[in-house]
Ligand binder design. Structure first.
Ligand code: ACO
Length: 435
């Protein structure tokens, strides 16, 4: 057997499968033809051990705490680049030339104005609608406002147009929904600003006041750090829906819906709620650590733990550093930052967290910065959407450009009843029995 083959032995049968080696050296067994040959499927609860695609967008090594976009370390991008350049890198696969970047920025700027009926639609949403719900509805609705952007088999040109359209519209959608919710007059996009500053002025701008460059830079860095994270829950949703040839808008809306959950992007909102609760309780975080460790208590330490990172989350490291800088530059003292730091310190020397390799993730400190920037708690996850959008777009593009694309369709192992008879209504028991 060569080094690129493995054997799966089942009883007296041996099945040879290919070993696929990635460019960073990670290895996978290609079991694609196993069922056809053996009648066996693989079972992997939560896909913890399953690669769903070959991808060249993002590499991460959870054991070593490494994250790279298109081969470039996240630390370098956070320090030297800016969000729009990173978006281009993720989507197109390489850093842009000056001309390419200018063209990309202009195409997005042209698409940063919401159609008037679209604004009316958003204004008609119930006041209490969570911004993630509004973004999900709004993103799907784009397929009606821009029907030319969503044929089942888009050409390269149609794909590129839909991508820049969404980058512009998402920025406008979040800022518009915020202003509608707080009852402020809407502000239009201003092409004189860079992407993050424009978002900021659309959301918070008053009169002709310029955007504070420190604030815009902090936001820009957060967006870069959220740019992509390979096959996570929301990205896998975008790919799954896209694999059925649903249009880009509905594929991205499925990513928004998946991100909303508190175990995923919604954790940034849940972290602040948790820290506020600890503060209101007198600031004693040890009680909350004990709750998190108690298996009879559903409480989890939000912003802690990660399916892939078993060492540290490099994004959390950068954000923690940025937290002190941003808060001191803005002259904000948020007591929950002290609680967060204390909680982290205590958890990292606690056996429960050490044994399970639970570290702060990207969401642990991001909410503290968002709050210092004046962003309300329920808009934290929409900020994640804005940052993650280039990743979803890059992954959708990669999927749709793959000549071997197949519809995503996992198998299952059926564990239900067998051979039940149909019982007529008149003779059924008063309460139906469960599965
Ligand atoms: N607090 C307390 N215990 C935890 C936590 C936590 N935050 N996270 C994991 N554990 C424990 C589990 O109870 C389990 O313990 P056990 O082995 O004794 O049963 C063990 O650690 C492994 O946890 P799993 O749930 O199996 O890990 P999984 O990889 O499925 O889940 C997840 C990862 C969802 C991120 C989890 O760590 C969690 O719920 N964290 C809190 C929510 C959060 O911060 N989510 C954001 C993640 S980053 C992102 O998506 C952007």
């Amino acid at each position: 057997m060569g080094a690129d083959k493995a054997k799966i032995v089942v009883g007296d049968q041996t099945y040879e499968v290919d070993i696929v080696t990635g460019t960073e050296g990670e290895k996978a067994l290609d079991i694609g033809s196993l069922r056809g040959r053996s009648g066996l499927v693989t079972l992997d609860n939560g896909f913890g051990n399953t690669g769903s695609c070959r991808s060249s967008v993002t590499f991460l090594n959870g054991e070593k705490g490494v994250l790279k976009y298109r081969g470039i370390p996240i630390e370098e991008l956070a320090q030297k680049s800016h969000f729009l350049e990173v978006a281009f890198l993720l989507i197109e696969g390489a850093l842009p030339s000056r001309e390419e970047l200018d063209d990309f920025a202009q195409r997005i700027a042209k698409n940063s104005h919401l159609p008037e009926p679209f604004k009316k639609m958003m204004a008609s949403f119930p006041q209490k609608m969570h911004p993630m719900g509004a973004l999900s509805c709004g993103t799907v609705a784009l397929s009606a406002f821009f029907p030319e952007g969503n044929p089942p088999d888009p050409s390269a040109e149609q794909r590129a147009k839909a991508i820049t359209l969404l980058l512009g519209q998402m920025k406008a959608m979040i800022a518009t929904y915020y202003r509608l919710r707080v009852g402020k007059e809407l502000r239009d996009s201003d092409p004189g600003f860079d992407y993050s500053s424009d978002f900021f002025q659309m959301m918070f701008g008053e009169g002709d006041r310029d955007v504070d460059p420190e604030v815009a830079k902090a936001l820009d860095t957060l967006l870069i750090l959220h740019g992509d994270h390979e096959q996570n829950c929301s990205t896998s949703s975008v790919r799954m829906v896209g694999s059925g040839k649903a249009n880009l808008f509905s594929s991205v809306a499925s990513g928004i819906n998946a991100l909303w959950g508190p175990l995923h992007g919604g954790a940034n909102e849940a972290v602040i709620d948790m820290l506020d609760e600890i503060l209101a309780d007198g600031g004693g975080y040890k009680k909350f650590l004990a709750k998190a460790k108690d298996k009879s208590d559903p409480f989890r330490l939000m912003g802690f733990g990660h399916r892939v990172y078993k060492n540290f989350d490099p994004r959390a490291k950068i954000i923690k550093g940025a937290c002190d800088t941003v808060l001191s530059k803005l002259g904000v003292h948020d007591p929950v930052l002290d609680i967060a730091k204390g909680l982290e310190e205590e958890a990292l020397k606690d056996d429960y967290f050490m044994e399970r390799k639970l570290y702060p993730n990207v969401d642990f400190y991001s909410g503290i910065i968002y709050r210092a920037l004046g962003i309300p708690t329920d808009f934290f996850t929409p900020m994640f959407v804005l940052g993650r959008l280039p990743g979803w777009l890059a992954q959708w593009k990669e999927l749709r450009e793959d000549p071997k694309m197949r519809i995503g369709r996992p198998r299952q192992i059926y564990m239900g009843k067998t051979d039940e008879a149909y019982v007529e209504m008149g003779v059924r028991p008063p309460k139906s029995e469960g599965p």
